[in-house]
Design a protein around this ligand. Structure first.
Ligand code: PLP
Length: 386
């Protein structure tokens, strides 16, 4: 199958490239080390040791103790374990922000929880949070960084407020989008539960972790062999866990250089598109200040452009990107994140999420700047033709 001559992958928030060190660490556990880490022989002990080493590395990356790391099948399972795990054990009321990923939002809503408003930039409204907190609240979940628009939440302020107004509550933070860009160990230091997912920071898909701080009461979602200290039964994904730890180590070690380099690429991309596409709006950014965003995220709304048609043209030209609107029940609906931020529907339907990652280059930005303005102009010309 032939495709465009050049290409740019601009969907790193959906899933990023595996780091070479993570791939290398993973291969032996897929090829010549078959043992189940729960077994009794030497090969099993080796697998167990590899998991324990990975646990120590993840603990350092996340600012936790090794015994507080619970390996999961990814971010969704980690978030589900946090919300359902606390609610199943303690009952009470779950509270989350309106822009949480579905992996938190749906468990919260399914348990009749309270959803807290955000402002136009996607930052949680602290007055609304205060209003949602009382003695009945057993879990509060506020993400570190948003997957659609990249907004970073004021976790320290959230923690301070929850400890004051709902002192019995457990605090969960979804850090799935954060590890490449932010010091998760420091930002999540005051929280009780922290979710991460390997494929967002250079590890493989299908593996993640939940930090469960000592003393946090959590009912398991999976019971059986009692792995992960009875908090998550099931044979561990040894290769995935080893690779995740390697990716986390690399992500943390290279973070400041990555942030500096990629923020420059992202700024060139966003500034170039804003200059070249009349009426383009950078979502939730006030006065050009991108500091409340993770460095890899460029989110725009293009009036009179329909996201799906634009994504089709971009794909034809070799660009992989995403939008933040989905088709539900036959009618286009803006994403819950854009709706919560109060983005008008006509803008939300022209949303475009371009996300860069640790491996992004100037060539990616060059191609995007060459292709996207022309594609938007083409779609607008159809819109005005009789
Ligand atoms: N939380 C956030 C913020 C995410 O962006 C994602 C994935 O997009 C998830 C949770 C789910 O993670 P996973 O794909 O590992 O299930």
């Amino acid at each position: 199958m032939s495709g465009p001559v050049s290409s740019a992958y601009l969907d790193h928030s959906a899933s990023t490239l595996m780091r070479p060190e993570a791939f290398e660490a993973m291969v032996p556990w897929l090829t010549d080390r078959p043992a189940n880490p729960s077994g009794a022989h030497r090969l099993a002990r080796e697998a167990r040791r590899a998991i324990d080493d990975a646990r120590e590395i993840m603990a350092i990356a996340l600012g936790a103790l090794p015994g507080e790391i619970v390996f999961t099948s990814g971010g969704t399972e980690a978030d589900n374990l946090a919300v359902f795990g606390v609610h199943d054990r303690r009952g009470g009321v779950v509270v989350c922000a309106a822009t949480e990923h579905h992996a938190v939002l749906e468990p919260t809503e399914s348990r009749g929880g309270r959803v807290v408003a955000v402002d136009g930039c996607g930052v949680i409204n602290l007055d609304a949070l205060a209003g949602a907190l009382d003695d009945e609240v057993t879990l509060v979940s506020v993400m570190v960084a948003n997957n659609e628009v990249g907004t970073v939440q004021p976790i320290a302020e959230v923690v301070e407020m929850v400890r004051r107004l709902a002192p019995a509550a457990t605090i969960h933070t979804d850090a799935v989008q954060a590890l490449t860009w932010l010091d998760v160990a420091a930002l999540a230091a005051g929280t009780d539960l922290v979710a991460v997912s390997a494929h967002k920071f250079g590890g493989p898909k299908g593996v993640g972790a939940l930090v469960v701080r000592d003393g946090v009461a959590l009912a398991p979602r999976q019971i059986g062999g009692g792995q992960e200290r009875e908090r998550r039964s099931g044979t561990q994904n040894v290769a995935g866990i080893v690779a995740m730890a390697s990716a986390a180590e690399a992500a943390v070690a290279t973070r400041s250089a990555t942030v500096e380099r990629v923020a420059r690429l992202r700024d060139r991309l966003a500034d170039g598109l804003l200059a070249a596409i009349p009426g383009a709006v950078e979502t939730g950014i006030t006065a050009g200040d991108r500091s409340p965003r993770i460095a890899g995220t460029c989110h725009l709304c293009l009036p009179e452009v329909e996201s799906e048609a634009l994504l089709f043209l971009l794909e034809e030209a070799g660009i992989s990107a995403s939008a933040a609107a989905s088709c539900a029940s036959g009618a286009m609906e803006p994403s819950h994140v854009l709706a919560a931020m109060g983005i008008p529907r006509h803008l939300a339907f022209g949303s475009l999420r371009l996300t860069l990652g640790w491996s992004s280059t100037d060539a990616d930005v060059d191609l995007a700047l060459a292709v996207i303005p022309a594609a938007a102009a083409q779609l607008r010309s159809y819109a005005v033709s009789p």
